[in-house]
Design a protein around this ligand. Sequence first.
Ligand SMILES: Nc1ncnc2c1ncn2[C@@H]1O[C@H](COP(=O)(O)OP(=O)(O)O)[C@@H](O)[C@H]1O
Ligand SMILES: Nc1ccn([C@@H]2O[C@H](COP(=O)(O)OP(=O)(O)O)[C@@H](O)[C@H]2O)c(=O)n1
Length: 212
Amino acid sequence: MIVTIDGVAASGKSSVASGVASALSIPYVSSGLLYRAATLLALEAGTSLSDAPALLSLLGAAPLRLEPLAGGNRIYLDTPDCPRELTADAHTSAVDAGVSALAQLPQLREWVNARLRALTPPFVAEGRDMGTAVFPQARAKFFLVASPRVRALRRVKERVGDVEAVEQALIARDEQDQLQSHPAADAQIIDTSDLDLAGVIAAVMAGVQERA
Ligand SMILES: Nc1ncnc2c1ncn2[C@@H]1O[C@H](COP(=O)(O)OP(=O)(O)O)[C@@H](O)[C@H]1O
Ligand SMILES: Nc1ccn([C@@H]2O[C@H](COP(=O)(O)OP(=O)(O)O)[C@@H](O)[C@H]2O)c(=O)n1
C-alpha cells in the first residue's frame, strides 16, 4: 500500500505523514529531503544549482542514503572515510532558498524519482508530486494547504525567524514550486489552517480507511 501526502511548503506534510505512518505501522518517505540533500551538497561543492550535468556527476559520486523511518526521515552521506549525517544541514535557510532551482531540473527530478520508486511498499510518501508524477497508483492521496501566515507562524516556532520574512520566503518558494505542486485528480484536499496536527492526521486516516 502507498499513501501520498503532498502539499505546499510547511503545510504539515512531514508531521502528518509521520503520524499516519505510525498509525499504520509503516515507514514514511520524505522526497523533499532528497532534493534538500542534493542542494546542500551542491552548495558545499560550489556547483551551480542550474547545471544538471554537473549536479548529476556530483551526486553520482555521493553515496547518499535516505532512512525512511515512521518517526522522522534522516539522510546520510556514507563516504567510507568520513560518514556524515546531513539531515539538520539540509534544513537551513540557504537550502530553503536554493532547493527550488535544483528541483526545477527534469534530470534532477528523475534522479530523485528513481530513488523513490526503488523503495519497497508499504509506505507513506510526502512531497509535491507523489500522487501525480511518482506514485499515480497510490491507494489514497492527500494534498495539504494552509494560509501563508499560518504556515509562517508554525515555521518560526521550529526555527528562529521573522514571521513576515518567513511568510514571504514561503510564498516565493510556493511560486517556484508551482509546476510540480498540484493535487492529483483523485486527491483529497485538506486545508489545515484551522486544524491541529491530530485533526489533520485523523482526517487523513479516515480517508485511508475509506479506500481500504
Ligand atoms: N495542523 C497543524 N497544527 C499546528 N501545527 C502544525 C500542524 N501541522 C504541522 N504543524 C507544525 O508546523 C511545522 C511545519 O510542519 P511540517 O510537517 O514540517 O511541514 P512540511 O513537511 O509541509 O514542511 C511543524 O513544526 C509542525 O509541527
Ligand atoms: N516531491 C517534491 C518534494 C520536494 N520538492 C522540492 O524540494 C523542496 C523542499 O521540499 P520539502 O518538502 O522538504 O520542503 P517543506 O515543504 O518541508 O519546506 C521544495 O520546495 C521543492 O522545491 C519537489 O520539487 N518535489
